[in-house]
Every structure is written in C-alpha cells, then in structure tokens.
Design a binder for this molecule. Structure first.
Ligand SMILES: Nc1ncnc2c1ncn2[C@@H]1O[C@H](COP(=O)(O)OP(=O)(O)OP(=O)(O)O)[C@@H](O)[C@H]1O
Ligand SMILES: [Mg+2]
Length: 270
C-alpha cells in the first residue's frame, strides 16, 4: 500500500502569490536548508498559510497541511490500522506521510490540539528526526526533505491552551502581522484585481477598524476580509454593501461598533 503512495500530488504547481513584508523568505530558506522546524505566529488572515504555500512552491517541496482541532488524536496525525475485506492494514496519517516521503508538514492552529497529541511531533522536531509508530512497531526516520511547520494565533489562546515550553523550544519562529498600508494596498490590488485607489480606501477602513481592537473589537479586520470586500466589489457589488458584508458583519454583533464602522465606510465611499 504505502509504496504506491505518490507524494508528488502534494507539490504546488502554480506560484502562490505572496507579498513579502521583510526578509522572511531568506530566513525561511535558511531554516529549511538546515531543516529547522518553523513556527508562524500571527492573527487570523494575515498571510501565514499563504507564506508556507509560497515557500513550498519556491523550494519545490510537497506540502501537507493539517488543520488541528481539539478532537484530533495522535492517531489522526500518525496513522491507524483499518479493517477491510482482507483483514487489517495500516494507513499512514498525514504526519507520517510527510516524514516518510519528504514533505513540508504544516500543522495549522497547533494549540487547538490536545497536549498529548502535540508531543508526537517532539522526536521529529529535534536532532532525532524520527517518528515512532507505536501501534505498528515501526520507527520512521524522517526523509531528508522533511520539515515541520506550525502556526498559531497568539491572541486567542488561554494559558491552558498554550504550547508547552518543551514544544515551543523545538522551533524557530516568525511573527506575522497585517502588512503595512502600502503593501496591503498592493496585495488587495493583485489578489482581487482592483485598482490602487479602491484598494487604498479599503485599507483605510481596515486600519480604522484595527484601531478598535481592545476597544470593543477582539480582533481587527484581517487582510483576508479586505480581499473578500475587494472581490465582491470587483463582481459588481457596491462598495458600501461589500464592506458591510465582508468587513463589518462577520467580525462583530455589537450595535455600537457596527455603527462606528458603517459610518467610517460611508465617510470613505461618500
Ligand atoms: N503577504 C501576503 N501576500 C499575498 N496575499 C496575502 C498576504 N497576506 C494576506 N494575504 C491574503 O489574505 C488571505 C488570508 O491569508 P492566509 O490564509 O495566509 O492567512 P492565515 O494567516 O493563514 O490565517 P489563519 O490563521 O486564519 O489561517 C490570503 O488568501 C491572501 O488573499
Ligand atoms: Mg492559515
């Protein structure tokens, strides 16, 4: 079974557009060259996943992404025996596939996973670069191309959900944040195909909303939502409606904050 597996299906064919904010491309390449594990920290929708996709494409390595959640077990990552007509057979989980065949394994929102799940990555993320499959009685030695990448959003987590130091200290890390206005304008224009003038207006609203973080908003408007608004406008939705739908309604139910944001939108698209 496993020798039929084709890791090439996880190669990214077309370049995922990624606008660099600093020297993160060179730093990531250095980390990959040494096969050091990488942690991406930052708020939702600021470009973490896009960055990993871009880097995997640039390096020409397959990318296996796993969205973590609290119901996830170690078996979901590592693999399990399945029953079929011929008896039982082992099925590698995504982490094992990445380690065995040499992919970049991206565990998205790692803190959502329980700690007993998280520790399975420990032997893969230190000098050992191995993965014990206890149930199968096999010790997988990671392929030379294998690398581990995890992401998390530092804002949301409770202390209880934080990663253990012994996990954190197996990683190098990048801080991500919403791009500076000029770059965000470029991103909106390229992603949605709208002109710079319109992008600038959307970014202005985004920045105004981010200033409300901690004053009634838990989180500012992400670059992702700005792209959504731009996409709706590109499809013929009026700017005011697009902004309300993509940038205000999703993020808050608080009537006062909605009013404030709606007014900011009306002022910019008068
Ligand atoms: N630097 C960037 N270059 C190009 N596109 C970007 C960039 N940053 C954000 N985007 C846009 O924002 C969207 C959301 O980015 P992405 O999915 O990478 O966010 P994320 O940080 O992984 O969020 P989450 O934590 O919610 O998974 C992308 O689909 C893309 O349109
Ligand atoms: Mg993501």
């Amino acid at each position: 079974m496993s020798n039929q597996f084709d890791i090439k299906q996880y190669l990214i064919k077309d370049e995922p557009y990624y606008q660099a904010q600093g020297n993160e491309l060179a730093l990531y390449q250095a980390a990959y060259a040494a096969r050091l594990p990488v942690m991406l920290k930052g708020p939702t929708g600021c470009g973490k996943s896009r960055f990993v996709e871009h880097m995997a494409w640039k390096l020409g390595k397959p990318l296996i992404t796993v969205a973590c959640n609290e119901d996830m077990t170690a078996s979901d990552l590592v693999g399990r025996y399945l029953l079929d007509a011929n008896g039982t057979r082992w099925l590698d989980g995504p982490l094992t596939l990445a380690a065995r065949y040499g992919a970049i394994c991206y565990l998205d929102e790692i803190v959502e996973a329980r700690q007993d799940t998280t520790v399975v990555i420990h032997p893969l993320t230190d000098h050992r670069r191995t993965l014990p499959l206890d149930k199968k009685g096999e010790l997988v030695t990671a392929h030379p191309d294998f690398q581990m990448v995890i992401s998390y959003n530092p804002g949301y987590q409770s202390l209880l959900k934080d990663l253990k130091q012994s996990t954190k200290q197996r990683f190098t890390a990048f801080d991500f944040d919403y791009p500076p206005a000029k770059l965000e304008v470029t991103i909106l224009s390229k992603e949605a195909g709208i002109d710079v003038e319109l992008s600038s207006k959307l970014v202005k609203i985004g920045i105004a909303a981010r200033n409300l973080k901690g004053h009634g908003l838990d989180e500012g408007i992400s670059t992702r939502l700005l792209v959504y608004a731009a996409t709706l406008i590109k499809r013929g939705v009026s700017p005011r409606e697009a902004c309300r739908m993509a940038m205000v309604r999703p993020i808050t139910d608080d009537a006062d904050i909605r009013d404030t944001l709606d007014h900011a939108i009306d002022a910019i698209f008068d």
